[in-house]
Design a protein around this ligand. Structure first.
Ligand code: G4P
Length: 538
């Protein structure tokens, strides 16, 4: 098959949701359709259960599962589908943000009763900023929940999306009768008694047909007609170009647990979702159908076995074909590298592959050469963009608690930071090390992993930092910047890439600093180009 054909038959996406909305259940049902797994319950949830904060066996178990479920690939109707797993737990939000740099589209799952929740807001905002095409799946229709129109309004307002339903529920909860599929123009009935299976799918070209009354009863049929009239009146017509450019989001309703509305979602998804998209590098826009291979690392997973130091670097292929045992350039360190056993993922299994195509993910064994964001090419000097660091939420000084093991500590911290577990800052004034994390859980994870994987011990000391901001002076030679550095010297640090960072102890300090030094911009993300109102301090 030609490269172009391979590209055209690939869809790489992520499912995002607030924990418990039904991401794992939906993933599993999609895999069942693809015949990739045989029974429900096969996909293990990757979430950290409540109360697991200090249960490290649980965290280790979750890490194990997370390798297995990092990429779930399957084939459906001759389309190769790659689902990239995104942790729902907010302490691992940064992991999810990074994974979103490797997807070509997303499905957003929303619980019909809970509506739009906190994590959904954050994740959708990231997708919106990057114009990632999104499909919304409203789940758990077998339960009582919010009215469909109310939910659509809520999605528009809280997620700032422009939605259009492609299916519509007939009743809800106890009265849930089925779904009218606007996309395919048919009615899908939910079985009356067991409520477990799809009873039948009946084609209804025109909803004024009497057949509808016979199927769902007069009242429900009338209500549906009125609601659909409103839908056609209020919501824009679905246009694929608008969905692809991120300006229109189709909505589906269903119940993942009951496998209801999932096939409709999948059938529409394979038709409308984008194939691998071009990606911006620091020198140019790279097209997937270019002959030369290129790709980037978006995730690194350390080996669970402390005796084996190797890690798995997950590479998204952007262009060309990736071949086993072929030398590729690791652009950042200028070295050529060959990979004898690249892993591809099929459902929950890993297997060695000879060739992979754009959209695919390969897992490369790594002995410490890779960092998140690294680019591989056939020799071209370019670096993919778009894996920024976000300001952490929690900060602590990290101290060496066992002076005999300082080397191990250095190495451990270094490798954990490469994996993206947390961010390390070094204070300009005294060289002290500060760890910044998205969630409080990571401090314990780091301490535990340093001890168990590197034989090093650390202790923490509290540090009052509200936000870490990347410093971006208009003119590095200016008087203003020199004064900023002098006055704020106690609060300045360098990140791992050597970029200057300002630690603000409160939102007030941040505002004052920004107004006092208007030509020194402070950013909440480490990459400045995509700066928007959301990212820069006003
Ligand atoms: P997550 O990955 O987004 O965190 O959610 P997950 O799929 O684990 O689902 C969270 C809970 O919601 C699970 O119940 C799951 O069975 C349930 N669920 C998912 N889809 C539906 C649906 O369409 N209808 C109903 N009624 N429930 C649904 P749990 O009790 O937390 O776990 P389990 O014991 O059932 O596995």
């Amino acid at each position: 098959m030609s490269l172009q054909k391979e590209i055209n038959r690939r869809k790489t996406f992520g499912i995002i949701s607030h924990p418990d909305a039904g991401k794992t259940t939906l993933t599993e049902k999609l895999l069942l359709f693809g015949g990739a797994i045989q029974e429900a319950g096969a996909v293990k949830s990757n979430k950290i259960k409540k109360g697991a904060t200090s249960d490290f066996m649980e965290i280790e178990r979750q890490r194990g599962i997370s390798v297995a479920t990092s990429v779930l690939a399957f084939e459906y109707k001759d389309i190769k589908i790659n689902i990239l797993d995104t942790p729902g737990h907010k302490d691992f939000a940064e992991d999810t943000f990074r994974t979103l740099t490797a997807v070509d589209s997303v499905i957003v799952v929303i619980d019909v009763a809970k509506g739009v929740e906190e994590q959904t807001v954050k994740l959708v905002e990231v997708c919106r900023m990057r114009n990632i095409p999104m499909i919304v799946f409203i789940n758990k229709l077998d339960r009582e929940g919010k009215d469909a129109f109310e939910l659509l309004d809520e999605i528009e307002q809280k997620l700032h999306l422009r939605v259009t339903p492609l299916s519509f529920p007939i009743g809800m909860g106890y009265d849930f009768k089925g779904i009218y599929n606007i996309w395919e123009k048919n009615v899908n009935l939910f079985s009356g008694d067991s409520r477990k299976n799809i009873e039948e799918t009946v084609r209804i070209e025109d909803i004024s047909e009497e057949k509808l009354d016979e199927l769902v009863g007069n009242d429900a049929a009338e209500t549906l007609r009125e609601e659909l009239e409103l839908v056609y009146e209020v919501y824009p017509e679905f246009k694929r170009e608008e969905y692809l450019e991120g300006s229109l989001q189709p909505v589906f309703f269903g119940s993942a647990l009951n496998n209801f509305g999932v096939r409709e979602l999948l059938d529409c998804f394979i038709e409308i979702a984008p194939e691998p998209r071009p990606k911006e590098s620091d020198t140019r826009l790279v097209q997937p159908d270019e002959e030369n291979f290129s790709g980037f690392v978006f995730k690194i997973h350390a080996n669970m076995d402390p005796k084996h130091r190797d890690r798995l670097a997950f590479v998204k292929i952007v262009s060309g074909t990736f071949e086993r045992n072929t030398p590729y350039l690791h652009v950042r360190n200028g070295k050529k590298m060959k990979f004898s056993s690249p892993n591809a993922f099929f459902a929950e299994k890993k297997q060695i592959v000879d060739v992979s195509y754009p959209g695919d993910i390969v897992g490369l064994h790594d002995t410490g050469n890779f960092k998140i964001g690294d680019t591989l090419t056939e020799g071209e000097q370019m670096q993919y963009k778009g894996i920024p660091s976000f300001s952490p939420e929690h900060f602590k000084y990290i101290n060496n608690a066992d002076p005999m093991k300082s080397k191990q500590l250095e190495k451990g911290i270094d490798q954990l930071m490469d994996e993206g577990v947390a961010q390390l800052f070094v204070l300009e004034l005294n060289g002290r090390k500060v760890i910044g994390t998205v969630g409080a859980l990571q401090f314990e994870v780091i301490q535990y992993r340093l001890e168990h994987e590197y034989g090093a011990k650390c202790s923490y000391e509290n540090l009052n930092v509200h936000k870490a901001c990347w410093v971006d002076p208009k003119d590095p030679q200016s008087e203003e910047f020199a004064e900023f550095k002098r006055v704020k010297s106690k609060f300045l640090a360098k990140d791992k890439r050597g970029q200057l960072v300002f630690f603000a102890d409160s939102a007030f300090t941040l505002q004052m600093t920004q107004s006092k030094y208007p030509n020194v911009t402070l950013h909440f993300v480490s990459e400045f180009e995509p700066t928007t109102i959301h990212n820069s301090v006003q």
